[in-house]
Structures are given as structure tokens and as C-alpha cells.
Design a protein around this ligand. Structure first.
Ligand code: ZN
Length: 220
């Protein structure tokens, strides 16, 4: 996305490659983009009639990951171990990292280290054909929905950290509208499919309520 070109700091994780043209997920992505373009985010997250829910979850998970990766990339010069010694979403919420591999127990990490571990963990899953099949006709694993739930629950924490720790800097960079649109899309999506428990979303309750209130208004 050219818009972020000048601001985007180098990150260790690269955006996931686009799904090849001609595949099912490619078509779904085009559909989702076209609906997004219509400006109705609530409509854009609804599963199109006759489409497969798993494919729909897969396409959006990849897109949210890529977008969040770009957004976080804009604040990496501010989100340092010194400025953000713990991964938090405001003073009341602190997150510990555990992935069962490198970190076998919940571990306190600085926000940049936490986000780095989180995004690398997601990318590894997205790149794993068994966890995230992209080929037509390949069955999704039985636990696919659970995998997606874990990913989006964790991605939420990055949004929450951006809002609670870096919103002023994001405003100074002039990209708050991008963060808001990205988060609104993400939140309406996880809300539509009940992917994240309400208590996990508590750090952004006010914002979430505002999004839902606005959404109800436009639906009337
Ligand atoms: Zn930070």
C-alpha cells in the first residue's frame, strides 16, 4: 500500500503472499474488497450466500494480519522496550506471551518483543498449508475455527496496544482514520462470527460500544 510507504519501518515479518488468482480464496477476497468499497462495513463482513465459512474466515484472517502488520509498522520507532517495557492495553491490562515452543510459560515481554513474537507466530500458522490450506479442494482441518479464534484474539491485543499506547503518535502521523477503519472492520468481523470472548475485548469496550451504536444507527 503506497500510503504507508514513507512511514513503514522495516519489520521482520513480511506480508503474506496473495492467494493466487483463480483460487477460491482469491475470488472471495475480490468479493470482500468490492463490498468494502461500497462503504458498508457491516454488510462487508457477512458471509456471502452459499460461500464456505472457513474460506471466509481464512481470507479475513490473512487480511487483518497484513493490515495490522502495516499499522504497527508505523509506530515501531515509538514502541521500544524503553517506552513500552510491558505489553499492555492501558494500565489495567497486561499481556504475557506463551506459545508452547519458545515460551513455554506465560512470559513478560516488552511490547515490541511481544508483538514480534505474536506476529511471527501468526505468520508461521498462515504459511502452514495444513493449518491454513489455500488449494482448492483441500479440506480445512477440524480445529480451523479454533485456530482462527486464537489468532484474532491475539491480534486484538495489538490493536488494543496501538490505541492505548500510541494513538497520539498515530494521529501525529495522520493515519488514525486508517487505524479506525481497520479496527472497525476487524471488530465487526469478530462480532459477526463470535470469535473473541467479550472479556478479552474489555480494553476497548468504549470504542466497541461506539462502533456497535453507530452500526445500529445506520441499519435503521
Ligand atoms: Zn508500544
Amino acid at each position: 500500500m503506497a500510503f504507508f510507504g514513507g512511514l513503514h519501518k522495516q519489520r521482520t515479518f513480511k506480508p503474506r503472499k496473495d492467494v493466487p488468482e483463480g483460487t477460491k480464496q482469491y475470488q472471495l477476497r475480490k468479493y470482500a474488497e468490492a463490498t468494502l468499497g461500497s462503504g458498508n462495513l457491516r454488510q462487508a463482513v457477512v458471509l456471502p450466500e452459499g460461500e464456505d465459512l472457513n474460506e471466509w474466515l481464512a481470507v479475513h484472517t490473512v487480511d487483518f494480519f497484513n493490515h495490522l502488520n502495516m499499522l504497527y509498522g508505523t509506530v515501531t520507532e515509538f514502541c521500544t522496550p524503553k517506552e513500552c517495557p510491558v505489553m499492555s492495553a492501558g494500565p489495567r491490562y497486561e499481556y504475557l506471551w506463551e506459545d508452547g515452543v519458545t515460551y513455554k510459560r506465560p512470559t513478560k515481554l516488552s511490547a515490541p518483543d511481544y508483538v514480534d513474537a505474536l506476529m511471527n507466530w501468526v505468520q508461521t500458522l498462515l504459511d502452514d498449508e495444513n493449518a491454513f490450506p489455500h488449494k482448492i479442494g483441500v479440506q480445512f482441518p477440524k480445529n480451523f475455527r479454533d485456530t482462527v479464534k486464537t489468532i484474532v484474539r491475539r491480534l486484538f491485543r495489538v490493536y488494543a496496544h496501538l490505541y492505548s499506547g500510541h494513538f497520539e503518535q498515530i494521529c501525529a502521523l495522520g493515519i488514525e482514520a486508517h487505524l479506525n477503519t481497520s479496527y472497525r472492520h476487524f471488530f465487526l468481523f469478530i462480532n459477526e462470527f463470535n470469535l473473541v470472548d467479550a472479556k478479552e475485548l474489555a480494553p476497548l469496550d468504549e470504542l466497541n460500544d461506539a462502533i456497535l451504536a453507530e452500526d445500529n444507527k445506520t441499519r435503521r
